[in-house]
Design a protein around this ligand. Structure first.
Ligand SMILES: Cc1ncc(COP(=O)(O)O)c(C=O)c1O
Length: 283
C-alpha cells in the first residue's frame, strides 16, 4: 500500500483527491521542493524548507506549518513508507476556488507530499552525461521554485529527443542553467557558475558545491559566462538534488575536455559524497 501526505495527514494514495479547480492543477499556481533521502534521512532538509518558505513568500502563499513541524511531517511520511534511498516531493498550491485570475480570498493552500524510492545514479556519476544547448525561453523569476515548469519541460524534451540527459539553456549567448539542474564550468582550475539571481534557481546542491570549493580552496567565480566559454571549458558539470555533481562529457555533439570527467569535477563529487555521509551516514 502506498501512503502520501495530504493536507498534513498520512493517507492512502488513492484517498488523496485534489479538486479540479485547484489552482495548482489549473494555473500551476504553487511551489514545490524535492529532497533527497539517503539511509532514510533527508539531506539538506533545512535548506530546502527555507527555500520553500522563500518561494511561498515571493508569490504570497502562506504555508500553514512552521518549518520544524513540516520537517517532522516529512520525516514521519518517510518512516511510514520505509524509504531508505529516494526522494520526497512536496508541493503547496494556492488551494481551490472558482477559476479566476486574482488570488482567491480565504482559500486554504493544498499540501501534497509523497516519497519515491531511487538509488544514486552511480553509472552516470562515473561515466558522465551528454547535453545540448538550447535557448532559455522561460520567465524572469526562475529563482522561484514554481510549479510552472513548461519552459523547463520543453527544454528537457529537446534534450531527450537528441539522446541527451540535459539541456543547457542560454539567454543571448549567456549560459543560465539546465532544465532541472545548475550548470558550472571549470577553466584553468577555477569553477565558474551563474550568480544566484532571478535568471536561475539557486540550487541547494549548487550551494553545497560552492561551500566545498571554499573549504577546499578551489577558486570560484560566480559570474555570467558565455556559450563560447562553455564550449571552451576544460570541464563542465551539473548539480542537482538527484544527480549531485554530474560530469558532462559531451556537449552539442562535441567532447568536453578529454571526454572523461575532469579532476576538479571528480574532487567535487568525492567531497559532495562526504557531505552526504556527514549528514546521513555511510553510503
Ligand atoms: C531549474 C532548476 N535549476 C536548478 C535545480 C537544482 O536545484 P537543487 O540543487 O536544489 O535540486 C533544479 C532542481 O530541480 C531546477 O529545477
Amino acid at each position: 500500500m502506498e501512503y502520501v501526505m495530504f493536507n498534513g495527514e498520512i493517507v492512502e494514495r488513492k484517498a488523496a483527491a485534489v479538486d479540479i479547480e485547484d489552482r495548482g492543477y489549473q494555473f500551476g499556481d504553487g511551489i514545490y521542493e524535492v529532497i533527497r533521502i539517503y539511509n532514510g534521512l533527508m539531506f539538506t532538509a533545512e535548506e530546502h524548507l527555507q527555500r520553500l518558505d522563500e518561494s511561498a513568500a515571493s508569490i504570497g502563499i502562506e504555508i500553514p506549518y512552521a518549518r520544524e513541524d513540516l520537517q517532522i511531517k516529512l520525516e514521519s511520511l518517510i518512516a511510514h513508507n520505509g524509504v531508505r534511498f529516494g526522494t520526497v516531493y512536496l508541493q503547496f498550491t494556492r488551494g481551490n476556488a472558482p477559476r479566476k485570475h486574482p488570488f482567491p480570498v480565504g482559500a486554504a493552500p493544498t499540501f501534497v507530499a509523497y516519497t519515491r524510492e531511487a538509488g544514486r545514479p552511480e553509472e552516470k556519476l562515473q561515466s558522465g552525461v551528454k547535453t545540448i544547448l538550447i535557448e532559455d525561453i522561460r520567465w524572469l523569476r526562475c529563482d522561484i521554485k514554481s510549479l510552472n515548469l513548461l519552459g523547463n519541460l520543453l527544454a528537457n524534451q529537446k534534450a531527450a529527443e537528441a539522446g541527451c540527459d540535459e539541456a543547457i539553456q542560454h539567454r543571448d549567448g549567456k549560459v543560465t542553467e539546465g532544465s532541472h539542474s545548475n550548470v558550472s564550468i571549470v577553466k584553468g582550475g577555477t569553477v565558474i557558475t551563474h550568480p544566484a539571481n532571478n535568471y536561475i534557481l539557486n540550487g541547494i546542491s549548487r550551494r553545497v558545491m560552492l561551500e566545498i570549493c571554499r573549504k577546499e580552496g578551489i577558486p570560484v567565480e560566480e559570474r555570467v559566462f558565455s556559450v563560447a566559454e562553455l564550449e571552451a571549458a576544460d570541464e563542465v558539470f551539473l548539480t542537482g538534488t538527484t544527480i549531485e555533481v554530474m560530469p558532462v562529457i559531451e556537449h552539442d555533439g562535441r567532447t568536453v575536455g578529454n571526454g572523461v570527467p575532469g579532476a576538479v569535477t571528480r574532487k567535487l563529487q568525492q567531497e559532495f559524497r562526504t557531505e552526504i555521509e556527514k549528514q546521513c551516514g555511510a553510503l
